[in-house]
Design a protein around this ligand. Structure first.
Ligand code: CTP
Ligand code: MG
Length: 168
């Protein structure tokens, strides 16, 4: 496999985990409506338990589909599952950290934070996935460059589909 295609193949569960919560969006927010010590919401209404577990499930399913499509890439089902979990959980965790930072900066839910929105989930996914399977430095740089474009494209698509109220 071409090394750039391989990088995209590797990160696919993280992309799906990050993109799918918008379809699942639940009612109960992950911070249960609570405020932080600064009087602002801890995470805000944009982060729900249903979105989180929906995203985690979709991300893991994608990695299992990838395993059946190309078992040699992972070596074992066990590794594919662990990598899929790590990448998906990392993407969702990075997104939560991003929302936490946005609320501290007094940005309302859904307000764009350029950089944080596109790279936060990616960096966290790469860090958590690393112990299970690693990429070359060039592949990581490629993902850092290409992910904002894919993120914007996916959000415009979700907006056009009526899943999101804003195209970012
Ligand atoms: N979503 C969810 N649960 C999550 C993540 C996302 O339910 N853990 C849903 C919410 O409906 C959210 C939408 O997906 O509004 C889009 O996600 P995102 O852009 O990450 O959230 P924002 O609404 O922009 O909130 P924030 O400002 O905190 O990033
Ligand atoms: Mg957003």
């Amino acid at each position: 496999m071409n090394e750039l295609v391989e990088a995209l193949w590797y990160i696919l569960p993280a992309y799906f985990a990050n993109a799918s919560p918008v379809v699942f969006k639940g009612k109960t927010s992950m911070d249960f409506g609570k405020n932080f010590s600064d009087g602002r919401r801890i995470l805000g209404d944009g982060k729900t338990w249903r979105g989180f577990f929906g995203g985690l499930t979709v991300g893991i399913l994608i990695s299992l589909i990838q395993y059946y499509a190309l078992p040699s890439y992972y070596g074992s089902f066990n590794l594919a599952f662990k990598l899929g979990f790590a990448l998906s959980f990392g993407a969702l965790l990075g997104d939560l950290v991003g929302s936490f930072i946005k609320r501290r900066a007094n940005l309302p839910r859904g307000y764009p934070a350029i950089g944080l929105d596109q790279w936060g989930f990616l960096i966290a996914a790469l860090l958590l996935g690393y112990p299970f399977k690693s990429l070359q430095t060039g592949q990581v740089l490629f993902l850092i460059v290409i992910t904002p474009f894919i993120h914007w494209f996916a959000n415009i698509f979700a907006y056009k589909m009526g899943w999101k109220s804003v195209p970012w």
